[in-house]
Write a protein that binds this ligand. Structure first.
Ligand code: NAP
Length: 289
């Protein structure tokens, strides 16, 4: 990589940021396409967000990814936010467009693109979505445009109900919510076509746990676990054993990165190259492929 006076700088802001895979994914894409871009991580504490966004404008940084804890707070510092990100209330990508900071959210579309790439047609299907946090919210808003029905189950039932209400206002009454209890999972999985785990259960350092009893998984289900550390979560492994169509969290990670990449570069993202770079970086002991 040759840094020149014309190199466009992209990066990620968050706290903590040390373990992010995004620099590896994006720099692999830039270098594959021989683009004069570089991607760097910036640790930004919650109380420093305003200064960081001033620096984004002042330094003429070309693009940013935004991660915890800034995804919602950053909206206050943007010139424009695209409508889907505004209705989600969360931004994970910023483009510096002629001095204006424009916010987007690529998590939901990244998940849907990953499902499509895995051969999943969402039309007329029932989605069982576990979780009601930021990622679940982004996925639910995108999926609701295509699937027939959604049931959201969350440990904190109030959050599932709030998400269902927000979705019902836009998409009607095809959305239900309940607690993330074994009885509800068993009941709702019976007629589901698609199961998405958007909770952090199964994530390092609590790998080895799954939100779903392995006995409930079937070969006619599509199962996506958005947890990517480890890549092979217990849910992914159980779903493979059941013969299901399985997508791991790396697929969504790379697909949401690809949408950000395309916003910044106007070039088609080399997804395979970006995914291979992420796989090389992941701890092999935590990634059984
Ligand atoms: P978040 O906003 O903090 O939400 C966390 C969700 O997980 C909530 O629904 C929470 O339930 C649930 N949860 C946490 N611990 C749990 C447990 N022990 N049992 C049951 N439910 C539990 O986080 P997020 O941004 O949505 O991220 C969720 C997961 O997705 C993380 O593992 C993250 O790394 C992953 N992720 C992956 C991608 C990707 O591209 N692959 C993108 C974004 C996020 P409560 O509401 O009850 O607390």
């Amino acid at each position: 990589m040759q840094i020149s006076g014309k190199t466009k700088v992209c990066g990620i802001i968050g706290d903590p940021i040390e373990h992010t895979l995004s620099p590896v994914i994006h720099n692999a894409g830039f270098s594959h396409l021989k683009l004069d871009f570089v991607y760097v991580p910036f640790t930004v504490k919650a109380h420093d967000l305003k200064e960081a966004m001033n620096a984004f404008n002042g330094l003429g940084i070309h693009g940013l990814n935004v991660t915890m804890p800034h995804k919602t707070a950053v909206l206050d510092f943007l010139t424009e936010t695209d409508p889907p990100a505004r209705s989600l209330g969360a931004v994970n990508t910023i483009l510096n467009h002629d001095g204006k900071s424009v916010g987007f959210n690529t998590d939901g579309v990244g998940a849907i693109n990953a499902l499509r790439a895995g051969g999943v047609d969402l039309k007329g299907k029932k989605l069982l979505l576990l979780g009601a946090g930021g990622a679940a919210r982004a996925i639910a808003f995108c999926a609701a445009q295509e699937v027939e029905k959604i049931t959201i189950l969350n440990r904190t039932a109030d959050k599932a109900e709030k998400l269902a209400k927000d979705l019902q206002m836009r998409f009607g009454s095809r959305i239900k919510a309940d607690s993330l209890l074994p009885s509800a999972i068993s009941r709702e999985l019976k007629d589901a076509d698609l199961l998405v785990n958007a909770t952090s259960m199964g994530m390092h350092p609590c790998a080895g746990r799954s939100p779903v009893d392995a006995k409930l998984l079937r070969s006619d289900l599509c199962v996506m676990d958005i947890v990517y550390d480890p890549v092979e979560t217990k849910l992914v492994s159980d779903a493979k054993s059941a013969g299901a169509n399985v997508l791991n969290g790396l697929e969504m990670l790379v697909n949401q990165a690809a949408v950000s990449f395309e916003i910044w570069t106007n070039q088609r993202a080399p997804i395979t190259i970006m995914k291979e770079a992420a796989l090389r970086k992941l701890d092999p002991k935590r990634c059984i492929l």
